[in-house]
Design a protein around this ligand. Structure first.
Ligand SMILES: [Zn+2]
Length: 297
């Protein structure tokens, strides 16, 4: 996607359209000997550096690529050899075109390549996206999982079916004891689940449960959005999502309308912590209602 096309596609989404990238700084946080979390605008990045190669998880927005590269250059003289996209959304893949041109090998679940290749409509956000140019597309795709043996680590990438989208990957830096959740986890803000891209709340909860099984209280967890998390934060997130979606699902099965469900305030005790982000409580209730409704059909 050219910068112009990217900007045009962003106009449909006020939250991002108003974003002024000129003020964005990329901050790095060291999580283990070879693993960092980078935060700027858009999805949080994961970075593995060391003796073998630079392995980057997600790449935010195209205008930020030079700043992301500068932040990486402070940690290693090597170029980015691999980019792993956790899913197709533009705030995680916007740098693909620049990095692809610079020679990085882009890797993702096969549905990421499929969705990036065509025009998409994110129904809940009323947002159209244009097909990406060939150079921005993943050149290596997988269906179930793939492992990168780099920098003394075993970086295990596993598909999470029908979660935030239909092409999510969770990245487990096994030796470093770090997990990158992609947008399967939003920390301290209500998560977006992209129903029109094949996402389901059940899939998100199932993916979280799998991560809870293979981590410990020492594991550092990079959420797609929000601050660095612990396993306890992930458990809290899971409980919030299961409680609220359980309440909404029960009322939906009883034939209640969205207005009736919203009036019952199914998010009430969670709003103070989770309701001040991208999705306000009413939008989050509407999103879950529609997501669960689609499952019933
Ligand atoms: Zn996303």
């Amino acid at each position: 996607m050219s910068r112009l096309a990217l900007l045009l596609s962003l106009v449909a989404l006020p939250a991002f359209a108003q974003q002024d990238f000129s003020k964005v700084e990329i901050r790095s946080e060291k999580l283990a000997d070879t693993v960092y979390m980078l935060v700027g605008a858009g999805g949080n990045l994961g970075l593995s550096v060391g003796e073998d190669a630079v392995f980057l998880v997600d790449d935010q927005f195209a205008p930020l690529t030079p700043r992301i590269e500068a932040a990486i250059a402070k940690l290693t003289p090597k170029p980015v050899k691999f980019v792993l996209n956790t899913h197709w959304h533009f705030d995680h893949t916007g740098g693909n075109e620049n990095l692809g041109k610079a020679g990085s090998v882009i890797v993702a679940h096969e549905n990421v390549r499929k969705r990036m290749s065509v025009e998409n409509f994110i129904e809940f956000l009323g947002m159209k996206t244009k097909p990406d140019p060939r150079i921005a597309l993943p050149v290596v795709t997988f269906t179930s999982d793939v492992t990168f043996h780099l920098n003394g680590d075993e970086i295990y990438v596993q598909h999470a079916p029908s979660a935030h989208t239909d092409g999510d990957a969770i990245v487990h830096y096994r030796k470093s004891d770090v997990v990158h959740m992609g947008d399967i986890m939003f920390n301290k803000l209500y998560p977006f689940i992209d129903t029109s891209s094949g996402g389901t709340v059940e899939g998100v909860i199932a993916a979280v449960d799998r991560v809870l099984q293979v981590t410990s209280e020492h594991t550092k967890i990079i959420p797609g959005h929000g601050p660095l998390a612990t396993r306890a934060d992930l458990q809290t997130y899971r409980n919030m999502l299961a409680t609220i979606s359980g309440r909404i699902g029960e009322q939906l099965r009883a034939g209640r309308t969205l207005e009736q469900v919203a009036a019952s305030k199914p998010t009430a005790e969670f709003d103070a912590v989770w309701g001040n982000g991208f999705l306000k409580p009413d939008k989050f209730i509407e999103m879950l209602y529609q997501n669960l409704q689609k499952r019933q059909q």
